[in-house]
Ligand binder design. Structure first.
Ligand code: SAH
Length: 357
């Protein structure tokens, strides 16, 4: 059985929910706000740090609830641009990765939403071992809290683009967004949050109905149904037309321009014809295209596009009045593709456990 599975996760509660818990155990109402601030504003790692909370209450809470605090396993720092890649251990021993990036417009943290992933995109390392489980809201939050503590800097942007499919962990994702944007917590603006999805249509539509001001990024990677299917198994389930319709609905309901991510894979989806097809697909859509030179994963045979192909691809989009950027490669020297750091650590453990069996 999962450790503490029967206990409530106290850092995943909203202030209102925490107030109800505090009332139920007969504590004074003001304690809820005090605790909430220790959890979400002062980013306490444990009850020991909470100097204005009575010892007895700390003990009651420590007994009755789980307190999520990720353990830092490794940090790699880029010598080129200061980007940091973090590896954290969760209470059950699973590992997750997060990334810290500094841009001129502020500091950004990229978080994971699941342990592993079941979407199976062909060029992605995060999916190679399948899905272990979704993260709790507090496990998503604590990636950001641990990084804010480590760097001592303010986090202004959050991107949910690490390991996992956020819309495959929908309820936790929404709760996470509620907590990270709360004015009693880190108070990050909705506009500074980006959620990236491979295109789970029902949940894209639910998210649109929430009418949040977050940015939705859709992983496209192919401009036709056939091309997309060769790279992304999720395309078997949702036709490209449905996915694009859901993007349009997101824009109509929220007024937020959708970002399309397109990882350029050498010889697979980076030709002149691919670019022209992409122009046809996105014609008239208020959007932005983010071109990502594929990061080769050693378990896969895919290679990066040539510099000239990337430049040509972008030029064709621009000639067709489609706003496009090539993702700046941060932390090139510490880069393994998404999910690689975690895999490097988990492989020996898996091999070891097989040997023991
Ligand atoms: N499940 C979400 C988040 C995944 S990671 C989604 O599919 O959008 C964020 C982006 O990185 C996605 O567009 C994903 O397809 C892309 N990506 C994953 N591995 C990559 C690699 N090795 N090279 C380039 N892009 C990659």
């Amino acid at each position: 059985m999962e450790l503490g599975a029967d206990k409530k996760d106290i850092k995943s509660l909203s202030l209102e929910e925490l107030q109800a818990e505090i009332a139920a155990i007969g504590e004074k109402p003001f304690r809820a706000k005090q605790l909430y601030e220790w959890f979400h504003k002062k980013l306490a790692r444990s009850y020991a740090e909470m100097t204005n909370i009575p010892q007895k209450l700390k003990e009651t809470l420590a007994d009755g609830y789980t307190y999520t605090s990720l353990r830092l396993v490794e940090v790699q720092t880029s010598q080129l641009d200061g980007t940091k890649k973090y590896l954290f251990a969760l209470a059950d021993g699973n590992l997750v990765e997060s990334v810290w990036m500094q841009y001129h417009h502020g500091n950004s943290v990229c978080i994971s939403s699941q342990v592993g992933c079941r979407m199976g995109c062909k060029f992605c390392a995060s999916t190679l071992g399948g899905l272990e489980r979704g993260l709790t809201p507090s496990e998503m939050l604590d990636q950001i809290y641990a990084i804010a503590r480590d760097t001592g800097e303010r986090v202004s942007n959050v991107v949910v683009m690490g390991t996992g499919e956020p819309l495959d962990n929908y309820d936790s994702l929404l709760k996470f967004i509620t907590l990270i944007t709360d004015e009693n917590g880190l108070n990050i603006s909705q506009r500074n949050i980006t959620v990236s999805t491979c295109g789970i249509v029902e949940n894209m539509r639910c998210l649109a109905d929430e009418r949040l001001q977050i940015t939705l990024a859709l992983s496209l990677h192919g401009a036709t149904q056939e091309k997309r299917r060769t790279l992304m198994p999720i395309a078997e389930k949702y036709d490209l037309e449905e996915v694009i319709a859901a993007c349009k609905a997101y824009f109509e309901k929220t007024g937020r321009r959708v970002t399309f991510e397109y990882s350029l894979v050498g010889g697979v989806n980076d030709t002149r014809q691919d670019a022209q097809e992409l122009c046809r697909l996105l014609k008239g859509l208020n959007c932005h295209v983010n071109l990502i030179p594929v990061n080769p994963v050693k378990e896969r045979e895919y290679v990066e596009s040539k510099k000239e192909s990337i430049a040509r691809f972008k030029e064709i989009l621009e000639q067709n009045h489609i706003n496009a950027t090539v993702r700046r490669e941060m932390g090139r020297d510490i880069d393994g593709a998404c999910g690689q750091l975690r895999r490097r650590y988990e492989m020996p453990a898996r091999i070891a456990s097989r040997l023991i069996e």
